[in-house]
Design a protein around this ligand. Sequence first.
Ligand SMILES: NC(=O)c1ccc[n+]([C@@H]2O[C@H](COP(=O)([O-])OP(=O)(O)OC[C@H]3O[C@@H](n4cnc5c(N)ncnc54)[C@H](OP(=O)(O)O)[C@@H]3O)[C@@H](O)[C@H]2O)c1
Length: 246
Amino acid sequence: MCSILITGANRGIGLGLVKNLLVHQQPKIQHIFATCRDKGKAKELMELTTNSKLHVFEADLIDHGSFFNLASQVSNVVKDKGLNVLINNAGISSKFTRIGLVKSEDLLNHFKVNTIGPIMLTQAFVPLLKTASKTNSNSVGKSSAVILNISSIMSSITLNNQGGFYPYRTSKVALNAATKSLSIDLKNDGIIAVNLHPGWVKTSMGGANAPLSIEESVAGICKLLTEINQSYNGGLYDYQGKQLPW
Ligand SMILES: NC(=O)c1ccc[n+]([C@@H]2O[C@H](COP(=O)([O-])OP(=O)(O)OC[C@H]3O[C@@H](n4cnc5c(N)ncnc54)[C@H](OP(=O)(O)O)[C@@H]3O)[C@@H](O)[C@H]2O)c1
């Protein structure tokens, strides 16, 4: 039995992950923790709470000081079993993408949500991830404790042939760097940290021209979750399990 926490779960890929996990992983998953900024505005997510495995908590990724309280709420549910999977999914992408339009506040905001948020949230959840790793309970796949940071192919410096997207690209590159450090720092605790590109997906962020449906992307991510092992630690992968260059 295992437990998973997903941030930004009220819409887009986060909501898709909750739906997929509720339907397809039922027997193995004991608790799914889904966070959103405002339960009152998360109608579709709240409707899923008829399934008692789903617990919804409010969390704003820029309110870094609230993360230990969130971890304590999760701890009250999982008790001595800890948390097996932390999916740092919530993120933003600015429309001000070209150099002439970049604003310093926009850059800062992207770092707060896309980089600092996931790092500080992970800090708050490390004790629960360590507990899950120690109890060696079966997670969704081969590992007992996994941090999945939702990054982007746009964080790849090698694959950047279009330029622009300064706030988004730089904040996701920094997230990748943090994931790499987590993969080293937490290795001896049996915790695996992976960066994941979900594909170009039809969400509010990905837009209507994106080739992938949410269902296709999350099916790939959930399959990958069952396959992640030590060989993935610290790397950048896409939703089909293909490794991407930095
Ligand atoms: N869609 C793509 O093609 C694509 C491609 C590569 C990577 N990604 C990554 O995939 C992840 C999910 O993206 P998506 O496409 O599902 O985007 P989305 O539909 O725009 O959803 C973004 C989610 O992040 C939440 N969020 C934004 N700011 C937040 C904050 N300050 N605190 C807490 N939650 C916040 C949103 O909540 P609210 O509703 O409250 O705003 C929403 O739940 C992101 O990390 C994104 O960078 C997406």
